[in-house]
Write a protein that binds this ligand. Sequence first.
Ligand code: SF4
Length: 288
Amino acid sequence: MEAKHSERSHAKLSASSSARWLACPPSALLNAKVADTASDFAREGTCAHELAEYKVNKLLGHNVRDPTENLDFFDSEMSECTDSYVQYIAEETAKYHQPVVMVEQRLDFSSYVPDGFGTGDCIIVADETLTVIDFKYGKNVLVSAENNSQMMLYALGALELFDILYDITEIKMVIFQPRMENVSEYTISVSDLLEWAEHILKPTAQLAAEGKGEFQVGEHCRFCKVKATCRKRAEYNLMLAQYDFAMPAELEDTEIEAILEKADKLTSWVNDIKDYALSQALAGKQWT
Ligand code: SF4
């Protein structure tokens, strides 16, 4: 029986965190040491996924039980969003002759990533195309399918399953993010995907699994569990904060513009440190 969404285990080198560990390999082991804390947003997303899974299974004619009454979160928005997701899948499958559709399929990409596995929300195999669809219920960060490493890992896992049975030449990756009115589609050839997997993914995943590689600061830090205490990020932000105040005594407009450019990153870093310090204080830590 398929595990409930909330009970799923997560790989150390998970697909969903791959953008981070591909950019900053040593972050993988550091993050693995920090326990997951499920926020209300995450729990809401889990409920939306359970409802979406049910509706797609129903579309496919499977005999499934409606989970709605047991969901911790449910409202009309969730109902509409999952309806539109099912509608999209119905339209996609209608494009093909006798497509194979898999829902919540466990995908193993451990040929490239040590112990790598994940769950694809919906996989459609038809003719020469493998379509990988990911339902995202978040409404804060717009997610693009273009060169999306999470989707590329799922695609590799799906290829392992279906490549022997089908003559797949291209992968269509889809992010379906209804609360941001975002349906992002991106197609990559199987040969390009495999080249990336062999030459970039595999060696970087090996470094990440061993806690090696270079720390690298970037947008991906936003989703890092050690972002508040990361020394590399602190060094980077303190460097940003340095400014050579040139003569004359008052700043020129261009200098103010340069500072403003850095201000968002600095503010976000300082807020992360404050949040961390507060959570530690609430847990009994006394800052002096
Ligand atoms: S905060 Fe950024 S630089 Fe530091 S470990 Fe995390 S991802 Fe790497």
